[in-house]
Design a protein around this ligand. Structure first.
Ligand SMILES: Nc1nc2c(ncn2[C@@H]2O[C@H](COP(=O)(O)O)[C@@H](O)[C@H]2O)c(=O)[nH]1
Ligand SMILES: [Mg+2]
Length: 242
């Protein structure tokens, strides 16, 4: 009798975000090890570090599968500093793991770092400045993956993509660890890959800052109103880097 070997179903990894619902208020702080210097400023842990890592591993696998077809050309992975640096580092290292473990395909990468300024305290502004792109003409005919921490209004990413398109790259893909579900109005940009969709809170941790504080926090947390007031800077005269 002929035996039929059943092929395992292909595991499909979502490029769209894992949705954190509005009704989820986050985990109580006392279930986590948190730095003493921030404990009084935080309301809850919205996404624990471990879950962030698991989702990045899945995104790396999906990006590898989608984009390896461009080889032997290099994929320019472009980190949007400062907020994107930890996501960038973990994502690149997880794509490297895919490269190490696969014998049938690979995705060569080169790394670029840029800065975008757009925020005052916890409010997005429509003034966007891009810093750090040297030799822009080298982007011509290249494949770019922009690696961003969070998309809120979408203004920063629309401006950045528009600027990069002037230099005629072959493709631009955007991966954002978080996208925000805005209560007031719609976001004007949808990334190609997103880790999590978060409620309309100002989130900090895992390199996402509030006026340069909280980057040294592992988990993604929601701030208390008192914390927002404590670290506020005088409006308008200091534009923080992303
Ligand atoms: N630490 C946080 N930074 C945030 C948050 N929401 C947005 N941002 C920063 O702004 C830009 C993008 O904003 P956009 O309105 O132009 O889309 C993003 O890169 C962040 O650096 C937040 O909740 N926490
Ligand atoms: Mg950013």
């Amino acid at each position: 009798m002929a035996t039929t070997s059943k092929q395992p179903e292909k595991h499909h990894i979502e490029s769209s975000p894992l949705v954190i619902s509005d009704s989820f208020e986050g985990y109580p702080l006392n279930f986590f090890n948190l730095p003493l210097h921030y404990r009084d400023d935080l309301k809850s842990v919205l996404i624990p570090y471990g879950l962030v890592q698991d989702r990045i591993e899945a995104l790396a696998s999906r990006i590898f599968s989608d984009l390896h077809i461009h080889i032997p050309e290099q994929l320019i992975c472009m980190c949007v500093l400062k907020g994107g640096y930890r996501f960038f580092s973990d994502l690149v290292s997880k794509i490297q793991n895919e490269n190490r473990l696969r014998n049938d395909r690979s995705l060569p990468m080169s790394l670029e770092f840029i800065r975008v300024r757009s925020y005052i305290n916890d409010h997005s502004t429509d003034q966007t400045e891009i810093i750090g792109l040297s030799d822009l003409n080298s982007l011509k005919d290249k494949h770019i993956l922009i690696v961003e921490d969070i998309i809120d209004t979408g203004v920063t990413m629309v401006a950045l993509k528009k600027e990069l398109e002037k230099f005629k790259p072959k493709t631009i893909n955007v991966v954002s660890l978080f996208t925000k579900r805005r209560n007031d109005k719609k976001c004007i940009f949808k990334p190609d890959y997103s880790g999590f969709e978060v409620p309309d809170h100002f989130i900090v941790g895992y390199a996402l800052d509030y006026n340069e504080y909280f980057r040294d926090l592992e988990h993604i947390c929601v701030m208390k109103e008192s914390g927002i007031i404590k670290y506020k800077v005088a409006g308008g005269d200091k534009v923080e880097e992303s």
